[in-house]
Design a protein around this ligand. Sequence first.
Ligand code: AMP
Length: 214
Amino acid sequence: MKIIMLGAPGAGKGTQAQMIADKYGIPHVSTGDIFRENVKNGTELGMEAKKYMDQGALVPDELTVRILLDRVAQDDCKNGYVLDGFPRTIPQAEVLDKAIKELGDKIDYAIDVEVPDENIIRRMSGRRACLSCGSTFHIEHVPPKKEGICDRCGKELILRDDDKEETVKNRLDVYHKQTQPLIDYYTGQNILKTVDGTADMMDVFTAITEILGE
Ligand code: AMP
């Protein structure tokens, strides 16, 4: 099963993508995580991506597409994957479609996790991330067992630069201009499904599993 998660930054699509990955046994592929991993390791790709990420801007399509196609060509993606944070522009979606079509395959679902901007801004300030393993938590909604510490790997949790208020507003702006057109794009392909992202995390997940099936 190949799934794309859509929704504004902070809509909760990363959390849902991880839950889908766990339930259906497919990898959770997040371009944001791949970039952050590269920033952490000080790679050339990381240094290039950081320039854009710190401003809440998108990393150029050419670079992003290359890392995504490399990732989904790996063995563990053979039986499917859930994409989180990709595509974010129409050209990215077109490249992905073309690559998948060449393999005689298709995307099964694009799931839009819908949340109004006001809720997003409130949510983001509570978000905490683990730079070590990529897990995300929320001080109110998904608190870690021990404050400030990652449940998964025990490292310190932080408020990411790109979750800070000014950057969040910028990212929402970018989302509306560049990513929202994907809603029409996947509606046109008849694979768009919308879930109410303001609902409780488990209710959102139930709505998603009703779409995907057992
Ligand atoms: P995320 O964790 O998905 O919100 O991504 C964090 C940041 O990484 C974004 O604000 C962008 O700067 C960059 N990024 C992640 N995915 C993409 C993408 N598909 N296209 C361009 N930039 C991306």
